[in-house]
Structure formats: C-alpha cells, structure tokens
Ligand binder design. Structure first.
Ligand SMILES: [Zn+2]
Length: 277
C-alpha cells in the first residue's frame, strides 16, 4: 500500500469507501458529521467501522439535547471496538468558539484517551454564509486551548480558508497544532481543476512565503473533504497536485503520510512504521 493518508474525508458509507478506493490505495480518515448536517449517526460504525484502512473521527454536537458528557460516554463505549482516533468540532456550523468553556470536557476526554481534536475552520463549506458564523470558525482561539492542553494535538481543517496568515501563526507558535488543505475545491459548477488549483496556489503562496519551509512543512497534511462523485467535494488527485505545486518533492512523505501519523498519535496503534496494519 502506498504511504498515503487522506486526513479528512466524509466516507460515511461502504459505497463511498469503495468509490474512493476504486482508483487509489492508502488510508483515509472519516469525519463523522453532525446529524443536522450530513451525518448518519452511529450507523457509520456498521457501515465503515470495520474497514481496515479507514479510521474515524467522532464528533460532538455542542447544542444537542444530549449533554456533552453523555455524548462522550457514548464515544467511550465505542473507543476500543472501533478505530476512533479523534473528535471533530464543527466551529461556525455551530455558534461556538474553540476556547468556549463548554468544550473543555471534550479536550479533557481527548487527553485521557490519546485522541486528537479536529476543528472545522474557515469558510470552506457552502453553508457558512454570515459574518458571525465565519467568526466562530476562526482558528485563533485554538492557540489558547493548545497551550492549556499541551499533551494533545489539534487540527485546523481547511487551512482556515481564507485566513492563511492566522493558520500559519497558530501552527508555528504551537507545537501541537497541525493543519490540512482539504475542502479548498467546492466544485459545484464543474470549473476546470487547473483553474481552481492556480487560484488557490496564488492565494496561499504569499502567506507561505513569509515562513521558512522547515518551520511549517511538518505541520501541513494532505486531506480532501471527499464526499463522493458529483457531490462538489470529489477532488482527490487535485489536492496531491496542489501540494506538489506548493512544496518540493523531497517533502512529499511528510505531507502525504508522516505528518498525519504525528498529528494523530492514536494512528500508530494501527499503522506501523513498516506500513502494515
Ligand atoms: Zn469536512
């Protein structure tokens, strides 16, 4: 199997997993979605929970009728049985900042169970329209909790698009914060990917150029946000191309594989250095 991990997908059914791996190999991490978004609740466990090369990030609904404590209890039950390696929080989709007190039990739980906390950050999705929603999805408050919970890792999804400077500031100032480039191409109108890639590269490049490559290259991961052919989120190779345009080939193993193993310590229970499950 090629050394590659897609750190951010929404492969929430067997069908989507088969579709995704039709033309490629490697591993993928699936983000469980809120039921109010595209989620299918605990059904995801039956669907994909036992597939060897798929790992799962659970999610917390900060505004559910079920308390956060009870949601964590439910996750705990599934922790040993399934390959849960992190917990996703949907900032912006929900009106809450990453450093809200309400979320502290989630970070404590991650600390106790060696899990990574992942955030939706930035615009990056068609549903975030208002200025207010976008404010909630900022990565800046993550710096505060990353210092407080320095034993766990945090991931800023989507490079906090378009706030690349904020994202770079938080990942370079905090050893336990990582980011991915997933979700940059919400291609609902079938625009040629070449145009989308050029556009994204030209936007992010000035921010990246302010840093020494050695200070950032251990923190950036390949991710897609894949949600099926025709979903508007179906690019995969395009993200690999983007990374190859942005960074020299010598760093490929880092952004395609090794950084993800570092960002998700729990992955090493399943993927060994010799690359066997
Ligand atoms: Zn996503």
């Amino acid at each position: 199997m090629k050394k590659i991990i897609d750190c951010h997908t929404h492969l929430q059914s067997k069908k989507l997993v088969n579709e995704y791996f039709k033309h490629r190999t490697g591993y993928a991490i699936t983000m469980k979605a809120l039921d109010s978004l595209i989620g299918n609740g605990d059904k995801i466990y039956e669907e994909i929970g036992e597939i060897d090369n798929i790992f799962l990030c659970e999610c917390i609904d900060a505004f559910s009728k079920t308390s956060i404590e009870d949601q964590l209890k439910n996750i705990k039950k599934n922790l040993c049985k399934y390959k849960i390696i992190g917990i996703k929080i949907y900032l912006g989709y929900q009106p809450i900042f990453a450093d809200d007190e309400k979320l502290l039990p989630v970070y404590k739980f991650c600390e106790q169970n060696n899990l990574t906390a992942v955030f939706h950050c930035g615009v990056g999705a068609e549903n975030l329209h208002s200025e207010k929603q976008i404010n909630y999805s900022s990565c800046l408050p993550i710096a505060k909790i990353a210092k407080k919970f320095d034993k766990i890792n945090f991931i800023i999804s989507h490079f906090d698009y378009p706030n690349f400077n904020d994202c770079l500031k938080v990942i370079t100032e905090n050893k336990n914060v990582f980011t991915d480039i997933s979700g940059e191409y919400e291609n609902f109108n079938n625009i040629p990917y070449e145009n989308l890639i050029n556009d994204f590269v030209s936007k992010i490049k000035p921010a990246l150029n302010k840093y020494n490559i050695k200070d950032i290259i251990n923190k950036i991961m390949f991710g897609t946000d894949y949600f099926g052919i025709g979903s508007g989120f179906d690019a995969v190779e395009e993200y690999i191309t983007t990374l190859n345009v942005l960074f020299s080939k010598e760093y490929e193993d880092l952004f395609l594989f090794e950084n993800c193993l570092k960002a998700y310590p729990k992955l090493s229970n399943y993927i060994k250095i010799d690359n066997k499950i």
